[in-house]
Design a protein. Structure first.
Ligand SMILES: [Zn+2]
Length: 202
């Protein structure tokens, strides 16, 4: 009887998650914030705070749950996940270097000095990078310092952070890349950041 009850309870718990329990409260934490100047570091903290606010916005959550994600890496172990499972993974926020499901984006972020260099071969120069074996997200000054990129930076942060949960995409640009988790998630965060900053600057 007890075992039966336990099975029923477990099944109903699984069912609740599958049918859409509210997502947990999400936090962001700047474990390492190195911006070369205090002004940049203030801007980095503002981006972190905006990322947190958007993650807790129910309208954002609704739109994220409506996405159909694509996987362009054939061996991607996440390719069988449902949208709900992807979203829950994002909210559990278990980074490879901090694997507790703490609903907290543990961010290590460094700004690196680099000028914008546009050539025929690189019409869209890199805005920054992250390495699979490194906790840190690197962003270049040429991109970070441009006031026009204020909302984009929040999207960039979300995109790079999702890589720390092992969401992936191919390096080369192709039509389906925008639907991979890092791009779709980062772009939706960016769209909401644009909306937030527009209203707050008026
Ligand atoms: Zn990426």
């Amino acid at each position: 009887m007890f075992r039966y009850l336990l099975t029923t309870l477990t099944l109903s718990a699984v069912f609740c998650v599958a049918t859409g329990q509210p997502l947990p409260e999400f936090k962001t934490r700047g474990n390492k914030i190195q911006g070369l100047t205090t002004a940049r570091e203030a801007k980095m903290r503002e981006a972190l705070a905006t990322f947190e606010k958007i993650m807790n916005d129910t309208l954002f959550q609704k739109e994220l749950l409506r996405k159909t994600f694509a996987y362009d890496v054939p061996t991607d172990p996440y390719r069988t996940l449902t949208t709900r499972q992807v979203v829950e993974k994002l909210y559990k926020a278990a980074e490879w270097y901090q694997p507790a499901e703490d609903q907290t984006a543990n961010v290590y972020w460094v700004i690196k000095k680099r000028a914008k260099i546009v050539t025929v071969l690189t019409p869209h120069p890199a805005i920054g990078y992250g390495l699979p074996t490194d906790t840190t997200i690197y962003t270049y000054t040429w991109y970070f310092d441009d006031a026009a990129n204020k909302a984009d930076i929040v999207g960039h942060l979300a995109h790079e952070w999702s890589h720390k949960l092992k969401f992936a995409h191919l390096k080369n640009s192709h039509p389906g890349r925008e639907n991979t988790v890092p791009y779709a998630f980062g772009n939706l965060i960016k769209a909401f950041a644009k909306k937030y900053y527009q209203t707050s600057s008026r």
